[in-house]
Design a binder for this molecule. Structure first.
Ligand SMILES: [Mn+2]
Length: 326
């Protein structure tokens, strides 16, 4: 066992003790929460509520739960950000690489009596009273599972579905999953959960009206062979009209370009405002690219926001790709 793993194991034990003793727990996912962030907070929330604790799950933005993830919240634990107390007794941040990723709820960290951070981002500087931070974990739900086991929680199908949702999405359907994640998946499936019914709405389904907008994004898709770079845009009208599930699926199509190592989708979120998704097949560290441009993420999946023209934005990405070229 490495030194880092030892530190993480100590964090797991401390987190389990704090959570087991807590009577009021506030669990926060990062802004624009994905299945790993919400699966993590809801798995812990379900276990704690069933033990009698007062539990709330929230996130800084948007003001509603992503539709495809609503089935995970079987106990109705998610509350609007405005209902999160200013001074939580125990605050748990899940899958947030830094306090700023909690958005408008970042200030609750300072107000909390105690705080626990559970995360797997390499860029995480460490925050919170108790830290369960392991960049080698395939997903934050893997670390949450360790905490639940340390608490002596029995993993039922409701909790298993939350954990599996984070695992299957963060590993891109287990393609980036190591042996430990495959073993955990087997354990979760053994609880009797229906994996296909859980995953299809999260990863596969889109309304028919989306296909025309997707066609537009694919028509605008540009390949820069010399950089191995493929990119497209999603205009504000489509970002506004469609769910985040649709808008964020574009990157998964264009990343498949044979000629490209790096893919970028520029999502227009306002006047000269862009939210950018980056993906890499392996050779390029897009977390470094995103980090240089004010964002962050993982080696193969990262993002950042940008103010300015799309031409300037693409030029900035090209400059970073040239620096990170292999
Ligand atoms: Mn994650």
């Amino acid at each position: 066992m490495s030194a880092a793993a030892g530190v993480e194991a100590a964090g797991v034990e401390k987190a389990a003790v704090l959570l087991s003793e807590a009577r009021d727990v506030t669990l926060l996912a990062h802004v624009q929460p994905d299945a790993d962030a919400l699966g993590s907070t809801l798995a812990l929330g379900i276990a704690l509520r069933r033990r009698g604790a007062t539990v709330r799950v929230s996130f800084g933005a948007p003001d509603h739960m992503p539709e495809s993830l609503r089935p995970l919240d079987v106990l109705g634990l998610v509350v609007p950000a405005g209902e999160v107390p200013m001074a939580p007794e125990l605050l748990v941040a899940c899958d947030a690489a830094e306090p700023a990723r909690l958005g408008v709820l970042a200030d609750r960290l300072g107000g909390a009596s105690r705080s626990v951070m559970i995360d797997h981002h390499r860029s995480n500087p460490g925050f919170g009273d108790v830290q369960v931070l392991d960049p080698t974990a395939d997903a934050t739900v893997v670390l949450v599972h360790e905490v639940l086991v340390a608490m002596g929680v029995e993993i039922d199908t409701d909790i298993a579905r939350c954990l599996y949702a984070g695992l299957v999405t963060d590993t891109r359907s287990f393609r980036f999953a190591g042996p430990a994640s495959h073993r955990l998946a087997a354990e979760l499936v053994e609880t009797g959960m229906d994996t296909e019914a859980l995953v299809r709405p999260i990863m596969d389904e889109h309304p028919h009206a989306w296909f025309a907008a997707l066609a537009g994004a694919l028509q605008r898709c540009t390949l820069e062979p010399e950089l191995g770079f493929v990119h497209t845009t999603v205009p504000l009208a489509d970002v506004t009209r469609f769910r985040i599930e649709e808008v964020d699926s574009v990157i998964d199509v264009i990343r498949g370009a044979t000629e490209a190592e790096v893919a970028a989708v520029l999502k227009e979120i306002g006047e000269r405002r862009w939210s950018v998704s980056l993906r890499s097949k392996n050779a390029v560290d897009v977390a470094a690219v995103a980090g240089a441009l004010g964002g962050g993420g993982h080696r193969a999946a990262a993002g950042f926001t940008w103010t300015g023209t799309s031409d300037d934005l693409l030029a900035a990405i090209r400059a970073e790709l040239a620096k990170n070229a292999v």
